[in-house]
Each structure stands twice: as C-alpha cells, then as structure tokens.
Design a protein. Sequence first.
Length: 622
Amino acid sequence: MGIGFWLATGWITLVLAAAALADLLPFAGYDETLAGPPQSGPSAAHWFGTDGLGRDVLSRVVHGARVSLGVGIGAVLLGLVIGGPLGVLAGYRKGVADAVIMAVNDVALAFPSLVFALAVVAFAGANLRNVLIVLGVLGIPAWVRLVRGATLSFAEREFVLAARVLGVRDRRILWRDIMPNVAVPAASYAFIGMAVVIVAEGSLAFLGLSVQAPTPTWGGLINEGRTLMETAPHVVLAPSVVMFLTVLSFNLVGDRLRALADVRQSGLEPSRQAEPLPAATRPHAVGGALLQVEDLRTHISTPRGTVKAVDGVSFTLERGKTLAIVGESGSGKSMLIRSILGLLPAGASRGGHVHLEGDDLTGCSPEEMRQVLGRRLGTVFQDPMTALNPVRTIGTQVTEPLRVHLGMSRKQARQEAERLLASVGIPDPPRMLRRYPHQLSGGMRQRVTIAMALSCGPDVLFADEPTTALDVTIQDQVLRLVHRLREERDMAVVLVSHDLSVVRQWADEVIVMYAGKVVERGPAEQLFARPRMPYTEALLQAAPRLTDPPHHRLRVIPGRPPDLAAVPEGCAFRPRCPYAQDRCGEEAPPLLADTRDHLYACWHPAGSAVAGAPEGAESHGR
Ligand code: SF4
C-alpha cells in the first residue's frame, strides 16, 4: 500500500478520533470568547492561536470537523444506500431495468449539481440536515453509475459463470460472489466521495449556506478568518490546512483502494437465457447416447448483423468416451459449450436440441437447468485464477455445490470437500480448504476447479481449454487426472483444445469446427491418420513436431478466419483453401461420409483426384 497510504489513514483516524472526542479534549469551548488574547498566534496554551474574539482556533477546527466529516460520511452513506441497489439491479438484471434506471440517472446527472444545491439549501433552510440530504441525493447518480459498472464487470467473470454452471441462485450469486467484489471499488469511491462532499460542504459554508454560527464548520471558519488575513493569517490557515490534508488523505486512500480493485478486474461472460430460434429439425433422441446435440445453433445480434457463432452442430457422446473439439480461436468451440449449457451472451438466440440421457435440455426452465448444471453437467474453465472467486476461501467454494445441490450440512460438505481434494491429488486438504486462490499455484488451482466440477458426480465433464494457462508438466498431470477420473466415474468428457498433441493423446472422437460449423468429425485415430477436410489437414500441418529439423519454419494457415457476421457464400474456408474450385464458392458442402463414423464437409477432400495436386498447395502444405 505504501507509506503515503498509511500516513493518510493515520491522519483520517486522528481527525475522526478528535471529532468524536471533541467534548472530552482539554480545549476551551469552541464558542468561549476571550479564552485567550484576540488574534494571538500559536502558543503552548492555544496551539492554533486565537481568532478575533479570542476563541481557541484549535477547538473550533476540531468541532468544525464534526460537521464537515459528519456531512461527508452521512451524504456518502445516503448516496450508497439508494444508488448502490439501483446500480446492482441495472448491472445484473440488464434489459429494461438497466435502460430505465440509466435513463433516469443520465437525466439526474445533467443537472448542474452545485447550483441545484445552492437553490435547495437557500429555499429549504441552511442547516445540517438539509445540507446532508442535498449532498447525499446529488451523489446518487454517481453511485448508480459506479456500482452498475462494477456489477457488469464482475457479473461477466468466470467465477460467476462457474457459480451459474453449478446451478447457484441469482440472489446467492449476488451476495456471495458479486457484492464482496463490488465492495472494493465501492469503498474506494466512498473515500473519494467523502473528499468531494467535504469540499462541497466547505463551499456552501463559505457562502453562508451550511450550518449557521456559532456552530463552527471548516468552510465557515475560513470565511470568518478571511478578513484577518493580514493581521492574523493563522485563523484562516489552520482550518484550510486541516481541510486540505483531510481531503488529500481521503483521495489518497480512495486511489489506493481503486488500484487494488483494478488489479482484480478482468473479465468475461454473459447472461443466462437465450431466445429460441425456430426449430429446423424435429427432436429425436438416439438410444444409448449419454449426450446428444442435434442441429444446435446460436446466433448473436450485433450492430454489424447476426453472428452465427454455432451453426447447425450435431454429435452424440457415450459414457466413458472423450470428445475433443478443435479449431482456431473464434471457430465457435467455447460458444458451442456454452450453448449446450444454456449460458449465452446477451442478445444470443439458441435453436436445436440437447439431450442428456433422453431429456431435452433446451426445453428446460431456468429452475430446471439449475438442477442439471453442476449436478449432471460439470465444467472446468480455461483460467483457474478467474474461475475462482478471489475473496472466498477454497473451502467455501468447494463446499458450496455440495450444500446447494446435495443438501449436505456444513460438516458433511467439509468432509466431502477434503475427500474431493484428495481425489484430485491435492496434498493436505484440510489446510488447502482454509487458503485463498491467490495462495495456490496454477496447477493446484486447476485441480480445485476440477474437484468443484466433479463434486456432484456429473455425467458429462466439459473442459474448456483446461490446460492453456498451465506449463507443460502440469498440463500433463491435469489431463492424466481428468482421464483417470473419467475411467473411475464412467462419465463422458468434452475437451475443448487448440493443442492437437493433447487431442491426439486423450480423445476418442474429434470434431473440427470452422466458422461455427462442424467441418470434420470422426474417431481420433482415423481423423489424424487420414484428414479429409483441407482445414483439418492445414491444422495438422501447422502443429509443431519433435521430429522437425532445427530452425524449421512452422507452417501457417494463410489468411484469417472469416468475419462471422459476414461469412462468404459457399464454403467458408474457400479464401484460404489451396484446393478451392468454382463449385466451392457457389454451394456450401454438407457433411459427407468417408466411412460410417468419419464425416467431412468438402467438395474436393484431401487425397481425392481433384485435390491431389492443387494449384499452390505445396506453398501451404507440408
Ligand atoms: S469445399 Fe472447396 S474450398 Fe472448401 S475446403 Fe473443400 S476444396 Fe476447399
């Protein structure tokens, strides 16, 4: 925090203590005239000297602090109590509530606040209560804006998404996950707001529109002393310096807290319910499949048009199998997972069907989905640091799904959490449960998120790039752990990854995605041995190998993935494909069968007669 922070905190504490104990301090009364010789400078008897009536300036400054700090604290609390809940409502609910609250707020912000304060106090009467209410009400719009922004930011963090995935209720998410995090920027603004209110009250007092004489205020003392500037400057300087130091200290403490909040902000993610798209197919559950995704589509409305983030994806997955989803960034891998889980960004619409052991999840209400998320579908996110709430202990976070979903008592949940942590290879679980996420290494944090995802014994574990944030050794440990747990629990795993070596080692089946569509699907062994879609072939060629010679230049896929708001006609990969022919620009290829299980979307697949010697293929392929 630095020495400045502690000096500022010390000064604020000193001023607050002096104001609170003013009546007990060995000073002359603040209105006791001729307590000393008039206009005398600082002395042992009167540390800040005396004013024109011989009153003790130190006593008047200390009593003045009561008014200035009282108005500062009271007005800030008033603004927080009214503006805070409105900001949370706007930031978390979004939609109509957000639009209405922010429209009213913007109108309120358009008023010139000081002129408004002057007018109201002049009309209603200059006293402590009126000044406090006016300054508090004027602070409400700023509170709404600040709390809404912080709520929006934290509502989109992965640990909130993780809580939703676990089926935790909104009220609980607000109290347990969002409010403690919003409290830090709110505390920061509270200190800065107090500084602003103290200055505003001082300005009103200087104009004679605050608490009236003989009760002293800092602004009023400065006003009284300005006629004595030449003969007794200490009368003005004493309250000015105390006020300056106090305002500076509040600002400094607020700034340090804001810096703390900034470090903890960085985020992600969305709202919960998607509007359904019209059904393109009639649902039909495939017998024997644990998870069946059928013609799943997720479209997002943006100012540039509709983004087809997931466009007609279908697959089935059986118990005990690992399905890998691969593709470049932006190909729709993570959005596919979120679409399956029903956790979509605002403005997204979903169509198609997701069956879990025959139950159609796309028809579930939010309440029904809460019973599925966490209990039957577990999720591990990419970055364990952002997936865990930084202000809650590991124990609180691991026991939460056990208590919410399985109704365990605190003691039972604690025992089960210890067992879970031990099962994912975490040493000394009781000690680990008392720690915070920042006290753990990346590998340990990811083990904790895996333990949380497995806590209710899900049927399917979704692992969205679970090892991207980890080093190679830890990556291997985590993937081995997931594989072992899959075997032990007979669950299915959906692994999202851009690392083909990981996919080759751990997946049974592979889906390759491009521009939101499945462009190749099949058993991992077949797909790696004989890729048919040129995009899959290019991905495999771009992956580095240990057998590559030294100084070997890695191959890249030319061009960039398409803008999903303006996908070209025909095959989306055509601008980057060395095998492209005329037909590719006219007609999008459907999924064609290479073997019964191996499908690809290409008119001229790799290895076919037409694609055998493509123009320029050598410059792109290995
Ligand atoms: S359909 Fe044509 S453009 Fe698309 S991948 Fe196949 S050959 Fe290339």
